[in-house]
Design a protein around this ligand. Structure first.
Ligand SMILES: NC(=O)C1=CN([C@@H]2O[C@H](COP(=O)(O)OP(=O)(O)OC[C@H]3O[C@@H](n4cnc5c(N)ncnc54)[C@H](O)[C@@H]3O)[C@@H](O)[C@H]2O)C=CC1
Ligand SMILES: O=C(O)[C@H]1O[C@H](OP(=O)(O)OP(=O)(O)OC[C@H]2O[C@@H](n3ccc(=O)[nH]c3=O)[C@H](O)[C@@H]2O)[C@H](O)[C@@H](O)[C@@H]1O
Length: 444
């Protein structure tokens, strides 16, 4: 009989994972503690913006016309416990307030809620990104609280927002930390489809599985901060970081990807993951090993301040009485996620310094309004730019590359644009009479 799968926590990761598991042919039950999310998902609607996810839900959510009916959602732990052979835990692990460390309270709560309902044999699989050592601790919690024969495995996730569906169905690799052959066999059964299509399947122990995840995000963060450090040098020396990245990227050992200089990385993962990693290394007495991540983080945060300084310079040295248009609120394009968004951080800093900021983003507006309620918002790039003394391009949506510089030039007070993502066609903007400035690139 086909395995029955539950997914605990149906946010960016969990909602995608649940739909993907149904696509792979399993019966799936998703649980969240937010009833509104469960109501939306049960109606086949996605509570966030993730390309392709709504279509996938439409193919599987029970009760929708023409669906496989393999995917349902609930808020009942009892139902989840009775339903699943395998339970994937996908809840959030944010940064603790005022600390670098990871806030494990959501994971702990999920395990504590689930365990008492596991009366039969079950495999619990952690997918959330956690500090190394968490899996061993949580296995102990399961032994203590679960009445049935329950085992734990750790299966970190590497999907990117904006590509979540494709990354889940065709992952670069599947990593499982297991303590028994049975756990490995069950997870091989779950991922048989992607593995048959070529995804490597890496089997290891708990700590290594946990560490693979934080190591990968640390490496990616380091790559971005490396190229942003080169952008700083290029600005000082008159070089062009885009050419530099292209040229070093021709070396396969370096590679072209993740070398886009700009205002740096944000989002619900890279920033908090490198900080949690540093905090955990400290607890393990190995903090020296990761001191470089402190530098990675500070280079990254400096990019945001640098953009604020460039903007202030562009409006004559003070934001007082100046209008600033901000194009972009999401932490990256093709997402509505504004968690630790560099664009909103820059907008917020300028607002605090007295600038009149108007933000526009194709998908991130609702989330941005919740997080930064005092900023101004407009419902198009043109409306945001109306009367602006400077325009900041901070999230590289395709929509912004398609803007007509001549048309936008008609509505602004001053034709100055700062490209925080090095993604616009500078020559076209200059031709239309704009002062165009990019990051780590020559000014003219
Ligand atoms: N968003 C991403 O692209 C990726 C995220 N991750 C990791 O996956 C985890 C989840 O991240 P996201 O999906 O982005 O977070 P999210 O905040 O979008 O989703 C988490 C969900 O868990 C629910 N939840 C919280 N406490 C719960 C509980 N006790 N019981 C049941 N549900 C509960 C929340 O209501 C929410 O819907 C984090 O550890 C993150 O680092 C890993 C790879 C990719
Ligand atoms: O752990 C996670 O949650 C995920 O974190 C990142 O995925 P994601 O946060 O969706 O976004 P990325 O595409 O990695 O971009 C992160 C940030 O880096 C910035 N970035 C990315 C690439 C680049 O060259 N330059 C750059 O500034 C983006 O604008 C964005 O703000 C990783 O890429 C995923 O593999 C991982 O699973």
């Amino acid at each position: 009989m086909a395995l029955k799968i539950t997914v605990i926590g149906t946010g960016y990761l969990g909602a995608t994972h649940a739909a993907a598991m149904a696509e792979l042919g399993f019966e799936v039950l998703g649980l969240d503690i937010v009833p509104e999310k469960i109501a939306m998902l049960s109606a086949g609607r996605v509570p966030m913006y993730e390309p392709g996810l709504e279509e996938l839900l439409g193919r599987h959510v029970a009760g929708l016309e023409g669906s496989s009916g393999r995917l349902r959602f609930t808020t009942s732990w009892e139902e989840v416990g009775a339903f699943g052979d395998i339970h994937f835990v996908c809840v959030n692990t944010p940064q603790k307030h005022g600390e670098y460390a990871c806030d494990m309270s959501f994971v702990d709560a999920a395990f504590s809620s689930l365990a008492p309902h596991l009366t039969g044999p079950a495999l619990v699989v952690g997918k959330s990104t956690v500090p190394v050592g968490s899996a061993a601790r949580l296995a102990g919690l399961l032994r203590e609280l679960a009445p049935g024969e329950v085992e734990l495995a750790w299966n970190p996730e590497f999907l990117r927002e904006g590509f979540a569906v494709a990354d889940t169905l065709h992952p670069d690799r599947i990593v499982v930390g297991v303590e028994s052959e049975r756990a490995e066999r069950l997870l091989r059964e779950v991922y048989a489809g992607p593995v048959a299509e070529g995804s490597p399947f890496v089997v290891t122990d708990f700590p290594t599985a946990e560490l693979v995840k934080t190591a990968a995000n640390s490496f990616l963060s380091t790559k971005i901060s490396f190229i942003n450090a080169m952008a700083e040098i290029c600005e000082a020396a008159g070089g062009d970081v885009v050419k530099l990245a292209e040229a070093i990227g021709h070396d396969d050992r370096i590679g072209k990807k993740f070398l886009r200089a700009g205002i740096g990385f944000g989002g619900g993962c890279l920033p908090k993951d490198i900080r949690a990693f540093m905090a955990r290394a400290g607890e393990l007495g190995a903090d020296q090993a990761l001191t470089f991540l402190r530098e990675v983080d500070s280079i990254n945060m400096r990019r945001r301040t640098h953009m604020v300084e460039l903007a202030r310079e562009a409006v004559g040295g003070s934001f007082l009485g100046k209008r600033v248009a901000v194009l972009g609120a999401a932490f990256k394009p093709d997402s509505d996620d504004v968690r630790d968004s560099p664009a909103l951080n820059v907008a917020g800093q300028i607002h605090l310094q007295g600038g009149q900021v108007t933000v526009y983003d194709p998908k991130g507006m609702a989330n941005a309004r919740v997080l930064f309620p005092t900023l101004g918002y407009a419902d198009s790039a043109e409306a945001a730019a109306r009367g602006a003394d400077v325009v900041l391009h901070l999230t590289e949506w395709a929509e912004f590359r398609e803007l007509d510089p001549a048309e936008l030039g008609e509505v602004v007070a001053d034709r100055i644009i700062l490209d925080g993502r090095n993604a616009l066609d500078g020559a076209a903007w200059r031709k239309a009479g704009w002062t165009y400035r990019a990051m780590g690139r020559p000014t003219a």
